[in-house]
Design a protein around this ligand. Structure first.
Ligand code: SAM
Length: 297
């Protein structure tokens, strides 16, 4: 949904824009093409994304290899206090999923890594070998939405006593007996998704990021977020509606709602049938667009 994202940003050629999920740089390049005198600051925590960003030779472009949960801090370091639009295309890139050594894909055997930031943190193998059964149950149920999360957590804990998890094939073999027949691919994809979300603390990063969007966005600036998971979409939806990722909107003394954004599209935009045909990942994509409201005096 490249075209939809760029249109939703409503780009002012002289404005300052942020792409917090650079990935392969497709969206960033499209934003840069629309700038004349403006500026783009892109983020990604992944080393390969950084290498890709280094290929862009433009004075309008700055790349920050950082988690977007620190967006405001990095913008300040680059002399930016207000921006006119922010884009987030959440999740992992096709490059990450197609690289067996990163461990994101159910299609190849590889190390159970799944870290977007390869410089540190807990890998999927560390998590599988150390988390309690109760925590594994919670993660698989909440982030993977698998129906037999309790049984899966139990199998993982039993399995690791014999041999600690290290490869993606180990995990698939351990869960093969309880994967729904004929739907194994979907089941493993959900399990991998759950682990990836936990490894990269994706929910916390999204929450912190959303709050900072209200703080740095100029009036009428656009927030454009593409999510691929119902929990993410719920957080984005609620933030736009209430100014918080959980809970109700607060009101001031006069009954005015205190929230930074107003939705531009009431319902999320979804990919066309053609796009889903050419890119299966687009099937679950939900695009939400909101505009910064002017602060009351
Ligand atoms: C779906 S891809 C983005 C693809 C990109 N829009 C393009 O045109 O190629 C998501 C990217 O965001 C990065 N990412 C995800 N969460 C992040 C976070 N919290 N901080 C920084 N980068 C993140 C991933 O490393 C990945 O490269």
């Amino acid at each position: 949904m490249l075209k939809e994202c760029i249109e939703a940003l409503n780009i002012n050629p002289e404005g300052t824009y942020v792409d917090v999920t650079f990935g392969g740089g497709g969206h960033s390049m499209a934003i840069l093409e629309n700038l004349r005198g403006g500026r783009l600051i892109s983020f990604d925590q992944d080393e390969d994304a950084k290498k890709q960003a280094e290929l862009i030779q433009s004075r309008s472009f700055t790349f920050c290899q950082a988690n977007f949960m620190y967006m405001k801090k990095y913008l300040k370091l680059n002399g930016v206090s207000q921006v006119n639009g922010i884009l987030a295309d959440l999740g992992i890139s096709s490059h990450q999923i197609d690289s067996p050594e990163r461990g994101f894909s159910t299609r190849f055997d590889g190390p159970l890594d799944m870290r977007m930031d390869q410089k540190g943190g807990t890998s999927a193998a560390d998590l599988l070998n150390s988390y309690s059964e109760a925590d594994l149950h919670k993660i698989l149920g909440m982030y993977g939405e698998i129906k037999n999360a309790r049984t899966a957590a139990k199998m993982i804990v039993q399995q690791r006593v014999n041999k600690p998890f290290s490869r993606t094939e180990d995990l698939k073999a351990a869960l093969q007996p309880i994967a729904p027949r004929g739907k194994e691919f979907k089941y493993f994809a959900q399990v991998f998704q759950a682990l990836r979300i936990e490894v990269n603390t994706e929910m916390k990063a999204l929450e912190d990021f959303l709050h900072q969007c209200g703080e740095v966005m100029a009036p009428q600036g656009r927030l454009v977020v593409m999510s691929y998971h119902s929990l993410e979409d719920r957080m984005v939806k609620n933030f736009i509606k209430t100014g918080k990722v959980f809970g109700e909107v607060e009101k001031d003394f006069y009954g005015n709602e205190i929230k930074p954004f107003e939705a531009v599209t009431r319902k999320p935009v979804e990919a066309s049938e053609e796009e889903v045909e050419s890119n299966n990942r687009a099937r679950s994509a939900k695009l939400r667009v909101a505009e910064r409201i002017e602060d009351r005096k």
